[in-house]
Design a protein. Structure first.
Length: 342
């Protein structure tokens, strides 16, 4: 067994639109943005993850930054493969190995993914030195990650608001009974903020600045018990072309995000509507579990609670719930065989 471990390594990957996390030996060893920087002339990888993120929207004509995943699935096959390779290399950073181990991987996929998209994920991982690739649906991984026993005949509802997709699923007996997957999530929120700044303030900002606003003053209610302080944002004035700075309040952002959050509310209601009655009774008792980066939007739990009249629980570490569940699955593949897809 020891020799087998020497040549093979188990890793769990949460391949997200915005961030990719990797668990190796029960530890989160990689937590980086899903982005890669390439040299246009040689197609050589210049940077992966956080380093590439710092170059994003600041490059000259010889460098391009690519986000290989769009709406939760692989949009650029070659870049995705290079990015996965680069992130896996980070696991052994600073360690010298005589042999490069082959990996047994468990990778997260959105629940609304097509067979072609599934194949793309599997191929990308296999090209990045995976000996064996298993896949797990994100809501299922999230439920395992927040400590729910998914094998029980008890209905659990999970709402995972990621970077590219919002996954809503009712889980019981190691399976997804009904689900809704909509492509309204973190990236759409950023776009809403970007458009709002252009319309209301004649201010042109980049994706990174929109993301910063979302983190600092992102909210979905105009009345909060514990409001964040106003945030200064810099951009280019569309009228004069000169850089300028303005103050952004959380109320403004709540108005900007209103339409997109309404779409998420509708999807949650639709999932509740199609859930079998016995599972609906369980959800009434257990409430809805919110995970993913979107769960950190201020006031989202209150807004969903008002809409559904159900208790809403925000996971302890919403950004890492999915990768923790994937880590539990890779550690005990036999026990979780029912929830894994090959």
């Amino acid at each position: 067994m020891g020799l087998f471990n020497f040549f093979t390594s188990d890793i769990a990957i949460d391949l997200g639109t915005a961030n990719t996390l990797i668990i190796h030996n029960d530890k989160i060893v990689v937590d980086e943005p899903s982005i890669i920087a390439l040299d246009r002339r040689t197609n050589k990888v210049l940077a992966v993850g956080r380093e590439a993120q710092q170059m994003h929207e600041k490059t000259h004509e010889n460098i391009k930054t690519i986000r290989p995943l769009k709406d939760g699935v692989i949009a650029d096959f070659t870049a995705a493969e290079m990015m996965i390779r680069g992130l896996i290399k980070m696991i052994d950073k600073g360690k010298k190995r005589l042999f490069q181990p082959s990996y047994r991987m468990v990778v997260c996929i959105p629940s609304g993914i097509t067979e072609v998209e599934k194949r793309a994920v599997k191929d990308s991982c296999e090209h990045a030195d995976a000996r064996e690739v298993w896949m797990i649906q994100e809501p299922m991984a999230a439920a395992i990650g927040i400590g729910i026993d998914v094998e029980q005949p008890i209905g659990t509802m999970v709402v995972d608001i990621g970077g590219g997709t919002t996954e809503i699923a009712v889980i019981a007996l190691s399976g997804i009974v009904c689900d809704q997957s909509i492509r309204v999530a973190g990236d759409v929120f950023n776009k809403d903020i970007l458009d709002h700044m252009r319309r209301q303030h004649n201010l042109l900002i980049g994706e990174r600045s929109a993301e910063k606003i979302k983190i600092e003053v992102g909210a979905v209610l105009t009345e909060l018990d514990n409001p964040p302080a106003d945030f200064d944002i810099r951009g280019r004035d569309l009228m004069t072309g000169i850089p300028k700075v303005i103050k952004v309040t959380y109320q403004e952002i709540a108005i900007a995000l209103d339409k997109s959050v309404s779409k998420i509310e509708e999807a949650v209601l639709k999932a509740l509507e199609i859930a079998p009655p016995e599972l609906s009774a369980d959800i009434y008792d257990n409430g809805i579990h919110l995970i993913g980066g979107g769960a950190l939007l201020r006031g989202l739990d209150k807004r969903l609670a008002a809409k559904t009249k159900l208790p809403i629980h925000i996971a302890e570490d919403p950004l890492r719930a999915v990768v923790r569940g994937t880590g539990a699955a890779v550690k005990n593949i036999e026990a979780f065989r029912n929830v894994l897809l090959s």
